[in-house]
Design a protein around this ligand. Structure first.
Ligand code: CS2
Length: 486
């Protein structure tokens, strides 16, 4: 079987790019060339190229892993997206990636791409922990490995903030307009957050750039959505079956996708609306809805589900008690949101439950459980605080928090041990080492920059979390789930 590398020999059943990739130049550098980018922004860009053309292909960059470039380069950037819904499976070939680079091994090419006159946008998916953000100050975290390295050697950047500030400085000194910075990670107000991060980093390394970044660089906010499980060997087999080619870069994801973007691109952008992207003046209500409802319930079901022995999200949804808790969480999270014109939160909740039930998606609870210390603040603590202010029940959020703290113990109900996979793994482990509810609760929630003080000081909140956690320790997570589901 030949390797995918051209569009010439694909079966008709596979959806192919409706444009000639070679006829379009590169206009975007994307940092964080993982499955999510390939399932989301690259697909929207593929649609935009087909409908409106333009020089908007993407130079994809991974900061550390050499794997994406190894997979994509021999395929001329082509790869299959296998879209899986309850009703069918469809392969689609994406041609919007012009090249795949790794900063470690293709440094010169990455720097050239970032400083090229034709680069108008730098988009980002480095996950929450990739930013090196100090949540307490909103600036950069000097203890983050890449921030630390780049603060001490800013001319040789390794991480996101260092790289972008360096490139913006180079462009300015060469008289080139800055690129637009488009964060596509699940962080609240991701545009503003990235802007503050770069301004703070520049304050330390290039104070003369602070004004420039503050006034001349655009950081539109976005809400991104597409459930994209980590790829397994079965994905590659499926890609072969569907396309008739070996495809080392294939990914699979749900059929649904959504992108809401603040329309602030001073030097232009692809016609992403061709793929269904929505442009709005203020993304924050959409972002809050997605982070609190989709991601919040995801985290809750991942911790409670993983600990009670459910490998996949679809298995959690097939457990009637957990399914009740997911619906309850969705309702509680939606009650913390202000009304959003044109959006029905109940219908959104129904759609989410349906998406979580997708029988063809092997989305592991262990994957979602990763990096809890980076996810809990915006997904669970923010709506919990809002519920407190509104006098609403704290129980669903307290339950999710107890499940996360219980997860930091590093063993499931049946005693199986696992790695936490969290950037604050060591701190979490020592905070919960006693495996005793009150101590673990105080230790974990007391970690700096994690849980808002107002919540941490609230007796109703603390006793609710402690109640659930004690029960999880004494009777097991599954029994606590059953009891809470009532
Ligand atoms: C998930 C998200 O892994 C996780 O934490 O909650 O990756 C989720 O699947 C996406 O945000 C969906 O758009």
């Amino acid at each position: 079987m030949t390797r995918l590398s051209s569009l010439d020999t694909l079966p008709d059943t596979v959806r192919q790019p409706a444009y000639d990739p070679a006829a379009h130049g590169t206009g975007i550098v994307h940092i964080g060339l993982g499955a999510f980018h390939k399932a989301h922004q690259a697909v929207y860009t593929d649609d935009a190229l087909a409908v409106s053309g333009g020089d908007w292909r993407i130079a994809g960059v991974s900061l550390r892993s050499t794997e994406p470039a190894r997979e994509l380069t021999p395929q001329n950037g082509l790869y299959s997206v296998i879209e899986r819904s309850a009703t069918g499976t469809q392969a689609r070939i994406i041609a919007s990636l012009a090249e795949a680079l790794c900063l470690q091994t293709d440094r010169a090419a990455v720097l050239v791409a970032l400083t090229a006159p034709q680069t108008h946008i730098v988009s980002i998916t480095v996950t929450e922990k990739g930013y090196g953000l100090d949540r307490a100050t909103g600036g950069c975290d000097p203890n983050h490995a890449a921030i630390r390295a780049d603060l001490s050697d800013p001319a040789n950047p390794q991480g996101l903030a260092g790289l972008l500030v360096w490139a913006l400085g180079q462009r300015r000194s060469r008289g080139l307009p800055p690129f637009t910075v488009l964060s596509c990670d699940n962080l609240p107000e991701n545009g503003k957050l990235t802007r503050n991060l770069l301004i703070d980093f520049a304050r330390h390394t290039a104070p003369d750039l602070v004004d420039h970044i503050t006034h001349d660089v655009a950081f539109p906010a976005t809400m991104v959505d597409r459930i994209t499980p980590a790829r397994g060997p079965a994905t590659l087999t499926l890609a072969q079956e569907l396309t008739g080619h070996e495809d080392a870069a294939a990914i699979e994801c749900e059929a649904f996708r959504q992108w809401v973007i603040e329309d602030h691109f001073p030097t232009g952008r692809p016609a992403w609306e061709a793929g269904g992207a929505i442009f709005v003046p203020d993304v924050s209500p959409y972002e809050a809805m997605k982070l609190r409802m989709l991601n919040g319930s995801h985290s809750m079901l991942a911790y409670a589900g993983f600990l009670s022995g459910h490998k996949y999200v679809r298995d959690v949804m097939a457990d009637p008690d957990l399914a009740v808790l997911v619906r309850r969480y969705l309702a509680a999270a939606s009650a913390t949101l202000d009304p959003l014109e044109g959006v029905d939160f109940d219908a959104y909740a129904d759609d989410l439950a349906e998406r979580f039930r997708n029988p063809h998606l092997g989305h592991e609870t262990y994957q979602i459980a990763m990096d809890g210390s980076e996810k809990m603040p915006q997904r669970v603590f923010a709506p919990a605080l809002e519920a407190l202010h509104r006098g609403q029940s704290l129980a669903p959020f307290a339950f999710a928090t107890a499940a996360w703290i219980r997860y930091t113990f590093g063993r499931t109900d049946d005693g199986t041990t696992y790695a936490l996979r969290d950037p604050r793994e060591a701190a979490l482990q020592s905070a919960s080492a006693s495996q005793e509810a009150a101590t673990a609760l105080a230790g974990v929630l007391g970690l700096p920059g994690l849980c808002p003080a107002e919540l941490r000081m609230n007796d109703a909140w603390l006793s609710s979390v402690e109640g659930f956690l004690s029960q999880m320790i004494e009777t097991g997570v599954a029994a606590t789930v059953r009891d809470f589901a009532g």
